[in-house]
Design a protein around this ligand. Sequence first.
Ligand SMILES: [Zn+2]
Length: 164
Amino acid sequence: MPFSYYKNLNTKEKSIYRQSDKIREIKLKNIMSLRESITNIKIFLEKEDKVKLEKKIKFFLDQITDSLEIQKINIKILSSRPSNNWGELHGLYEQAEGRKKAKITLWMKTAKRKQVIAFKTFIRTLVHEISHHLDYCFFDLPDSFHTEGFFYRESSIYKQLVKA
Ligand SMILES: [Zn+2]
């Protein structure tokens, strides 16, 4: 069963949606070294060291994109999450455009109480944005929809990186 917004998509989008929905997992390579990077990310997130955090995430992203032989992703870490009347923005993925590389933006702190975001939430958000990149660059989908398959892939990556 597709999500309710499916009925509002055009024929081409529906076809992309169905392709996305069919793919349920992705196998990462070099899991042990990826997990080591995740540990480093945890350390510098908790230290609130934005510069080193950004470096560790960049290293981690390069490990993923290099092992899958796909285009690289840039990372930008910002302090507090922006908020507005619909809630807080957790992360953002921007596709590559011309000479500009794909970019993930993540926020270190909550908007209201300015607390550092919980490690698992932070990694979930990072994995979510990476999943958008994989849709475009690994699965060659022309669009990246939030399908059930997408969320399965997101969970599959998360579980490989973070032991339950
Ligand atoms: Zn998303």
